[in-house]
Design a protein around this ligand. Structure first.
Ligand code: XIL
Length: 416
């Protein structure tokens, strides 16, 4: 914070020191209140951390990569430790990483991930157990490369869930048990899980998961649920689990968003729709892609890939101020919706820490320069960071003035 200068007479004590001290303190407080925690002073705003700004609302997490887990990333590790109170594993707990061959599990990186979270007192998330992607082909095939039968695949699923979840029983807050089981049109995706086992692969996965770690929160995680057709499919999926008496704690909205899409009303309605089923909502993989999209609809389907073209990579020399502003406004808008639903949202997790490491530099087109997160390539907080922090300050002062108004009205009401 800027130092406030004193006149000679003040320094020589013609005004009592206590009066000066009080005036300085008062001026400081007024400044803080008037600027919403020093919006104009980046150093002041940056002294408020994400986890503190939202401590009464929801957890704030980041997906972390291998180098970060092993504390080999000296630029991002301090950000992770100071800003976030939850972590998700970007890749190290996926099937291909922990269970690459039928009889071979490799928990080296996953164990380090869990220890990192425990050492830093974070809510540790597991991602993910049953998914069509980053799952080795052997899972679905016999020794001759032919599809296995239902019983074999169910056994493999159960063995995987019990071994992986069981290893960390009681230590992880929650798991994305099944990832991306719904297609864009709301039907169940024709994954190999679905084709070989049938649609009860979902009920089975949640039953195994609950038995493996009864205390863990169990989430269904997907992208694009803001689209009403796909959302209807996911709502039906959750209702179906509930009607079978299977534990389902919440839905994960991945939150791979664009600058315009989905609009805030859709996000708002989506959160309400899932909350109405009595499950928690988590924003599990938040990032905002500012680059032109080669796809028609907003998607985070990892299988979609497109060839590089210069027109689709416009900001290789830096993000123009106007787009930087748009990104900050978009983040502020989204957080105003999340804060409105603070009682229903358990966690908001960003998919990465700094722009340079985001998966969006390589998906859906390789080698682009992307700007989706709150920290830039130099690991400095961006205007979007400040906008997110200010959304919390503003919502707090709005709540305080509503409370104040209620108090004044109650006090003024005639007493019987
Ligand atoms: C992504 C990772 O960020 C990449 O490093 C990896 O190459 C592919 O997967 N939805 C999910 C995440 O549920 O697991 C994906 O993570 C992004 C889309």
């Amino acid at each position: 914070m800027k130092r406030i200068g004193f006149s000679k007479s003040q320094r020589h004590g013609r005004i009592p020191a206590s009066t000066v001290a009080m005036a300085v303190a008062l001026a400081g407080m007024c400044l803080l209140v008037a600027t919403g925690c020093l919006a104009g002073d980046p150093k002041g705003a940056d002294s408020v951390t994400l986890k503190d700004a939202f401590k009464n609302d929801f957890l704030v997490g980041a997906a972390i990569n291998r180098a970060q887990i092993y504390e080999e990333d000296s630029n991002n590790d301090p950000i992770i430790k100071t800003q976030f109170n939850s972590i998700s594993p970007e890749n190290v707990l996926k099937w291909e990483a922990v269970h690459p061959e039928p009889d071979k599990f490799d928990f080296a990186a996953a164990d380090t991930y869990v220890k990192f979270g425990e050492a830093n007192h974070m809510a540790i998330i597991g991602h993910t157990l049953v998914w069509h992607s980053q799952t080795p082909a052997w899972v679905f095939e016999d020794a001759n490369g032919k599809s296995v039968d239902r019983e074999t695949l169910l056994n493999r699923m159960s063995n995987h869930i019990f071994t992986v979840m069981g290893r960390y029983k009681g230590r992880l807050k929650g798991w994305d048990v099944v990832n991306e089981a719904v297609a864009d049109d709301g039907t169940l995706r024709k994954s190999r899980w679905m084709r070989i086992i049938g649609e009860d692969f979902l009920v089975k996965a949640y039953e195994f998961a609950h038995a493996a770690d009864p205390g863990a929160e169990l989430y269904y995680n997907d992208f694009g649920l803001e689209n009403p057709e796909k959302r209807a499919g996911a709502l039906a999926l959750i209702k179906n689990l509930q009607s079978h008496g299977v534990k389902i704690s919440g839905v994960g909205l991945q939150g791979h968003y664009g600058l315009e899409e989905p609009d805030l009303k859709q996000v708002d309605e989506t959160i309400s729709a899932f909350a109405a089923l009595g499950v928690k909502v988590a924003i599990t993989e938040l990032d905002i892609n500012v680059l032109p999209s080669p796809m028609r609809s907003l998607s985070a389907d990892v299988a979609q890939r497109f060839a590089a073209r210069a027109a689709l990579n416009p900001y290789t020399n830096g993000l123009p101020d106007s787009v930087q502003r748009e990104l900050a406004d978009r983040y502020a808008g989204l957080f105003s919706v999340f804060l409105k639903h603070h009682g229903e949202i358990s966690r908001v997790t960003f998919w990465g820490v700094s722009d340079g490491d985001s998966w969006l530099n390589d998906w859906p087109i390789r080698g682009r320069t992307s700007y989706p997160l709150l920290f830039d390539r130099k690991h400095e907080p961006k205007p979007a960071f400040r906008a997110v922090i200010e959304s919390a300050t503003q919502s707090r002062s709005a709540a305080a003035s509503a409370e104040n108004k209620e108090f004044v009205e109650k006090s003024a009401a005639p007493k019987n």
